[in-house]
Ligand binder design. Structure first.
Ligand code: 5GP
Length: 203
């Protein structure tokens, strides 16, 4: 186990399969999944407290004004934010805390925290993304158009990320995230106490 927790930021357009992939990262592998707060209405099947904490714009503003979010952003007309408390608690337990957030939020976190990696998840082609959004059938045609526009904007920022994972098969994408995080955890800079022991400066 390394000395510190790690923020694992996963971004990617709507329809990239982030949600499905992220839910397969296991607590036994030291992952802890942050649950965001949003003013978006729940989709059929989404559960408050599991998929998101759903809230009103006023509730969101109150928490934001009390500095209760680690980061927050507006996306296609709704607000989304990462509750600060859970993330700080899990980082203190040396967990790999997974944030599934948009590009704006990811770049805010990167500015503030050294201890984070940014992973961009994307389907093999933009056409595939469009098909997935249409087949998912959870959004109106206008919302799909809005999200595809947003996807094209997000893709322009891929080079700000540390890793790019093509999600053509869910289990393989999960395995790649596991590998990236395990490798990251082997950096000497994340194992200072072991390095000190090896150097004889600490028993
Ligand atoms: P959706 O409405 O499809 O669930 O999410 C829309 C976008 O908001 C996705 O890109 C998702 O990753 C992002 N998102 C979800 N939670 C958060 C959050 O807490 N902060 C930010 N910045 N983006 C979020």
């Amino acid at each position: 186990m390394a000395d510190n927790g790690l923020l694992v930021i996963i971004s990617g357009p709507s329809g990239s399969g982030k949600g499905t992939v992220v839910k397969k990262l296991r607590p036994e592998n030291n992952f802890a999944l942050s649950i965001s707060m949003t003013t978006r209405k729940p989709r059929p099947g989404e559960i408050d407290g599991i998929d998101y904490f759903f809230c009103t714009p006023d509730e969101f503003k109150n928490i934001r004004d009390q500095n209760g979010f680690l980061e927050h952003a507006q996306f296609c007309g709704n607000f989304y934010g990462t509750p600060r408390f859970y993330v700080e608690e899990q980082i203190a337990k040396n967990k790999f805390v997974v944030l599934e957030i948009d590009v704006n939020g990811a770049l805010q976190v990167k500015e503030k925290f050294e201890n984070c990696i940014l992973i961009f998840l994307i389907p093999p082609t933009m056409k595939e993304l469009e098909n997935r959004l249409i087949l998912r059938n959870t959004e109106s045609p206008e919302t799909i158009e809005d999200r595809l526009y947003r996807a094209r904007e997000e893709v322009k920022l891929i080079d700000k990320y540390d890793y790019l994972i093509i999600n053509d098969e869910i289990d393989k994408a999960v395995e790649k995230i596991n590998m990236v995080v395990m490798a990251e955890n082997l950096r000497p800079s994340r194992n200072i106490s072991t390095v000190k022991k090896l150097n004889g400066s600490e028993k």
